[in-house]
Design a protein around this ligand. Structure first.
Ligand code: NAP
Ligand code: GDD
Length: 345
């Protein structure tokens, strides 16, 4: 399929299109008949990331969240009815190593984008990818739209700034800006450094005898994990409402990292206790101990609910990683008998 042209088609601009959520959202919007433009940054390798399979269906525009001129030009070129700002330095651990870059992309970048929209196309509807990480040291459980924030990482703090700017723009100007406070959502497209994918990918490598251990940090942390494919539908629904608002998107179930590990190993018939090694390198300077979302408002007002539960999510990710690792092993074995060691992420 080629990039679609048509006068009456709705136009969407997605930042972060090369990432996990950007790819699922692009698929969803294309299915709904949208023309999709995606913002990507220049890198030394041609990078379509998770949207590689959609590259002929999407119009890509080079821009960077830290470069306001490029954002202005991107909006002018895309002329979007809807804008989804998913771009971020999204890995919490890295935000302690690069706090200023994280603030520039995830915080000030949102300001730049909102200003660019106000200047170029103020009538376009705007979605901001806010996060349950803003609840941090949680002040109540479960967390709702009314729960006070207490971020515990440079990432969470930068995102909270972007969140409040999004609210401030709709309160200051006649702009339709929404914030989705999304709890953790995963998929086979999740980056390898995030704990769920690190677990499922390593389980597959253990199964195929490529490595013999899985090094992890805090096994007691609890997360409300859902499926990314379900969550992008909520983003779209938010921009179809009569008035802009903010919504918590979550499953309403919480599980420890240990639960995830146990379930993933069980799926391939192994006992996690024989493979998991505690490693201080993966402990956080300040941890978010528990996240559990109450998405009643989204369920009632948007008619949204998750389709995939925790067990199905773990199965989906392990199954896909078994396929991925099998292909890698077959390719390497076929080539040069190469095997690889423990990932250092
Ligand atoms: P992801 O896979 O890490 O994707 C991040 C995207 O942002 C990538 O496309 C990346 O491009 C792009 N990006 C990074 N820095 C940029 C910059 N300076 N300028 C332009 N683009 C830049 O993240 P995700 O899991 O899809 O999450 C999407 C959004 O939702 C993020 O804002 C994240 O913080 C937020 N969020 C995620 C979750 C979750 O559980 N997944 C929960 C709540 C909120 P490159 O490919 O070039 O690196
Ligand atoms: N990454 C990682 N690696 N996390 C580990 C490890 C490890 O080896 N061992 C234990 N953990 C714990 C972390 O300490 C954390 O408590 C939990 O696993 C989840 O870590 P991540 O998967 O890295 O995700 P996150 O919760 O920090 O952040 C994700 O969710 C946020 C929403 O709450 C990201 O997607 C953020 O972008 C998102 O905003």
């Amino acid at each position: 399929m080629k990039f679609r042209e048509g006068k009456d088609m709705k136009r969407a601009l997605i930042t972060g299109i090369t990432g996990q959520d950007g790819s699922y959202l692009a698929e969803h919007l294309l299915d709904l008949g949208y023309q999709v433009c995606g913002l990507r940054r220049r890198s030394s390798q041609l990078n379509y990331g998770c949207s590689e399979h959609l590259k002929d269906d999407i119009e890509f525009i080079y821009a960077d969240m830290t470069d306001m001129g490029s954002l202005i030009r991107a909006i002018d070129k895309a002329k979007p009815d809807e804008i989804y700002n998913l771009a971020a330095q999204s890995f919490v651990q890295t935000s302690w190593e690069q706090p200023i870059l994280t603030s520039q992309i995830d915080g000030i970048g949102v300001s730049k984008f909102l200003e660019a929209i106000r200047m170029v196309k103020p009538r376009s509807r705007f979605y901001q990818a806010s996060t349950s990480e803003m609840f941090g040291k949680v002040q109540e459980t479960p967390q709702t739209e009314k729960t006070p924030f207490y971020p515990r990482s440079p990432y969470g703090i930068a995102k909270l700034y972007g969140h409040w700017m999004t609210i401030n723009y709709r309160e200051s100007y006649p702009m339709f800006t929404c914030s989705g406070i999304l709890f953790n959502h995963e998929s086979p497209r999740r980056g390898l450094e995030f704990v769920t994918r690190k677990i499922t990918h390593t389980v597959a490598r253990i199964k195929y005898q490529q490595v013999n251990e899985l090094r992890l940090g805090n096994l007691d942390a609890k997360r409300d994990w859902g499926f990314a494919g379900d969550y992008v539908k909520a983003m779209h629904l938010m921009l179809q409402q009569e008035t802009p608002d903010d919504y918590v998107i979550a499953t309403g179930e919480t599980h420890t990292v240990r639960d995830f590990v146990e379930q993933a190993f069980k799926y391939v018939g192994l006992n996690y206790k024989d493979y998991v090694v505690s490693d201080q390198r993966f402990m956080r300077p300040a941890e978010v101990e528990i996240l559990l979302g109450d998405s009643s408002k989204a369920r009632k007002k948007l008619g949204w609910k998750p389709e995939i539960n925790f067990e199905q999510l773990v199965c989906m990710m392990v199954e896909e990683d078994l396929r991925v690792v099998y292909d890698e092993v077959a390719r390497f074995d076929h080539g040069n008998k190469r095997v690889y060691g423990q990932l250092s992420i």
